[in-house]
Write a protein that binds this ligand. Structure first.
Ligand code: NI
Length: 149
C-alpha cells in the first residue's frame, strides 16, 4: 500500500466526469487500498478516485464504523434533510454548511464486482453524497450556503 498525492482545488482533474470501472482486477484493488490508506493518513472520512488523480468511479468511506468501498455507485433513494459542516481533503482548511439528504440508499459494486445496496444516515449519508459528486467532477464548495471559520 502507498500514500498517494491528494489533488487540490484548481487541479483540472477534480472537475472531470469519471469513467465506470469495468475491470475488477488487481490494479483496482491496489487503487482502493492506496485510497484508504491515503484517506486515513489525512484523517478524512471519504475519498474519491479523482482526488488521487484517477478518473474512475471508485470511492472509499470510513465514518468510524469501518471501511466501505463503492465502485460505480449510484444513489437510488434519498429522504429527509440535514444541514451541517462539511469539508474535503481536496480543499484543505475550508469548511462550510451544506444541506444534504439525511438518508440515502446507494447501489454499487464491491471490489470483486458484486452488486450490493447500502443505506446510510446522517454522516454516512453526507459522505456518500459528497463522494459520489466527486465522480461527476463536482466539489462541495458549490453547495455551501455559509462558510464556517
Ligand atoms: Ni471531497
Amino acid at each position: 500500500m502507498a500514500i498517494r498525492e491528494i489533488r487540490t482545488e484548481g487541479d483540472e482533474i477534480l472537475y472531470k466526469k469519471c469513467k465506470e470501472v469495468k475491470n475488477f482486477d488487481e490494479k483496482l484493488c491496489i487503487l482502493l487500498d492506496d485510497m484508504y490508506e491515503t484517506m486515513k493518513k489525512n484523517e478524512g472520512v471519504g475519498l474519491a478516485a479523482p482526488q488521487v488523480g484517477i478518473l474512475k468511479r471508485a470511492v472509499v468511506i470510513d465514518t468510524g464504523e469501518g471501511k466501505i468501498e463503492l465502485i460505480n455507485p449510484e444513489i437510488v433513494e434519498e429522504s429527509g434533510e440535514q444541514t451541517g459542516s462539511e469539508g474535503c481533503l481536496s480543499v484543505p482548511g475550508v469548511y462550510g454548511e451544506v444541506t444534504r439528504p439525511n438518508k440515502v440508499t446507494v447501489k454499487a459494486r464491491d471490489r470483486e464486482g458484486k452488486l450490493f445496496k447500502l443505506t446510510g444516515e446522517e454522516l454516512l449519508a453526507r459522505a456518500i453524497c459528497h463522494e459520489v459528486e466527486h465522480l461527476d467532477g463536482k466539489l462541495f464548495l458549490d453547495r455551501v450556503t455559509k462558510f464556517l471559520d
